[in-house]
Design a protein around this ligand. Structure first.
Ligand code: AMP
Ligand code: GLY
Length: 421
């Protein structure tokens, strides 16, 4: 089978790596991919939000299945577009994608179907915010309604900061939406819970924990994720049962009652406090870098799992995992998530061994015309290792990153610190 993977991050490189282990995969085309996918598959350039352009690629290379990595094309309706053309595409349609695309939509589903989440109020103008903040406890969370690449949330310790952040969003800081809401700060430990569903049944497709902050000790600005590990250490049978019964099932069933059949990956970002889960947010796709650790631990054939969602075989599909523990450490360009210098040459990549236990997935990398690989994005490389212990995995992942050299390389050495150190 010829497959198209849409996206250009570490998540898409990891999906590509995993799919290539399937004997049924003939060729993979990454649209547009990065310098890492270029080494193991075929990159084809296209704007991932220009569906007509992607359609031409589908026809040219005879692609039989499309897998969408990032959220923006999903929210823009890529699934509806290709379903209409009778091309298999894995992911939720435009209406279902609002679970991530609009926090208001997500909160309304929570309210209507009694799904535990942080209390919140919607703010239409600044005075409303002022009145609400007078009676609030701090910290408090200010959020934008729409997509914001992980940068739409600020945790505010006082009224002054909260009002500033509210005003910025009202003024149009994010192109996706200028609606804003204030939310109760949830205490506890975060857990990423992933499910896959064919629209009828669902199964868990892994747990992970990520580190969103730029600095060691989880301080500083929020990023797309500076590292992750899997499995999560806080999950157990009782907690998983609560997550399924109180959050996942009411969501999927509630959506059905709204006439919306959710298909694809659903990633629940949860806060766990004293064994009770609350929903922070939904994502409609695999996490990045969580996908990298999940793909490292997945023993089953990923193509079989995805195809079973199209041919009514999902119920009988078994998803098997390695007993070992995976970690990924993200190396970024120093300065990310703010401004950074880009396009420095990365040295030594060829000396790094990639195998089933260790992968240096690429994220923001490109190849220049002389064949040199450049650190072109914010997050650049994801050193991902599977071994018997997280501590050993982390040590190896760091060792690999130390051997790769470019000016402005930055990475955290403390991924997983809450359970390792
Ligand atoms: P989101 O974009 O909603 O996933 O939020 C990004 C990150 O901000 C989350 O992973 C949490 O670390 C943090 N966060 C968001 N909402 C809350 C909340 N209500 N309470 C505590 N932390 C939150
Ligand atoms: N790592 C967080 C996300 O992919 O949303």
């Amino acid at each position: 089978m010829n497959i198209g993977i849409i996206g250009s991050g570490g998540r898409e490189h990891a999906l590509c790596f995993k799919l290539l282990q399937s004997s049924k995969v003939k060729k993979i085309y990454c649209i547009p991919g990065n310098a890492g996918t270029d080494q193991i598959a075929n990159n084809v350039f296209a704007n991932i939000n220009d569906f007509n352009e992607i359609y031409k690629i589908v026809k040219k290379f005879n692609l039989e299945l499309l897998i969408v990595g990032p959220e923006i094309p999903l929210v823009n309706g890529i699934v509806d577009y290709f379903e209409e053309k009778n091309i298999k595409i894995f992911g939720p349609n435009k209406k279902c994608s609002q679970l991530e695309g609009s926090k208001f939509f997500m909160k309304n589903i929570c309210k209507k179907y009694n799904i535990p989440t942080a209390k919140h109020i919607e703010i239409a103008e600044i005075n409303q915010g002022k009145n609400f903040l007078k009676e609030s406890d701090f910290p408090i969370v200010v959020k934008s309604d729409g997509l914001a690449s992980g940068k739409g949330v600020t945790i505010c310790n006082d009224e002054e900061q909260a009002l500033k952040d509210i005003q910025k969003i009202l003024n149009g800081k994010f192109a996706s939406s200028n609606k804003v809401f204030i939310e109760e700060f949830l205490k506890g430990e975060e857990l990423s819970y992933f499910v896959i569903t064919d629209g009828q049944e669902y199964k868990c497709i892994g747990t992970a924990q990520d580190h969103k902050k730029i600095g060691e000790g989880d301080v500083g600005l929020n990023t797309g994720g500076m590292g992750a590990y899997s499995p999560s250490k806080i999950i157990n049978k009782d907690l998983e049962n609560k997550i399924q019964k109180k959050i996942i099932e009411p969501t999927l069933n509630g959506m059905k009652q709204e006439g919306l059949i959710y298909k694809g990956i659903l990633y629940a970002g949860l806060m766990i406090n004293k064994g009770e889960p609350k929903l922070i947010e939904y994502n409609i796709r695999f996490g990045d870098p969580e996908c990298q650790v999940l793909m490292m631990r997945l023993n089953s054939d990923l193509l079989d799992i995805l195809m079973s969602c199209f041919n009514n075989k999902f119920g009988e599909q078994i998803i098997q995992w390695s007993d070992e523990e995976a970690i990924t450490v993200v190396a970024a360009n120093k300065g990310y998530p703010k401004k950074y210098i880009k396009n420095n040459v990365i040295e030594n990549l060829n000396s790094i061994e990639n195998n089933e236990k260790q992968q240096l997935f690429h994220a923001g990398t490109t190849k220049d015309k002389n064949g040199k690989i450049l650190a072109s994005g914010g997050r650049v490389l994801n050193s991902t290792v599977l071994s018997k212990s997280l501590k050993a995995s982390r040590q190896k992942a760091i060792e690999i990153l130390e051997n790769v050299k470019w000016e402005n390389k930055y990475f955290r050495r403390d991924i997983g610190f809450r359970i390792i150190d």
